[in-house]
Design a protein around this ligand. Structure first.
Ligand code: HEC
Length: 86
């Protein structure tokens, strides 16, 4: 069967995303994919683009350790709780 052009909601300059689907994608990621895949290029503030409120992002960030930003005054690194706004 030949491939046909699809009509995507996000096509074109006036396209948009279904926020509920994006949020479900994050849920699937957190429950399944995160076992093996990291999200080091995604900041907590980026979750606002998925339609999450600041309060929801804070809830998501609880318990997620950030290994890169914690530094003692001597420059030693330590894991820090994820923060939003970072
Ligand atoms: C058990 C570990 C594991 C889980 C769970 C997992 N992945 Fe993967 N994933 C891998 C590995 C390993 C590769 C690299 C495979 C390769 O390159 O041959 C990969 C590759 C990928 C790629 C291709 C990346 C590329 O550069 O081509 C995508 C996309 C992907 N995974 C998405 C997902 C999504 C979405 C989920 C959750 C629904 C998920 N993965 C869950 C281990 C996993």
């Amino acid at each position: 069967m030949p491939l046909r052009a699809q009509k995507w909601s996000f096509s074109g300059p006036f396209g948009n995303w279904d926020k509920a689907q994006l949020q479900r994608g994050l849920k699937v990621y957190r429950e399944v994919c995160s076992v093996c895949h990291g999200l080091k290029f995604v900041a907590f503030r980026n979750l606002a683009d998925l339609g999450f409120s600041e309060g929801q992002i804070k809830t998501i960030s609880v318990g997620i350790q950030d290994p890169w930003t914690g530094r003692t005054t001597k420059g030693e690194m330590f894991e820090r709780d994820g923060r939003f706004p970072a």
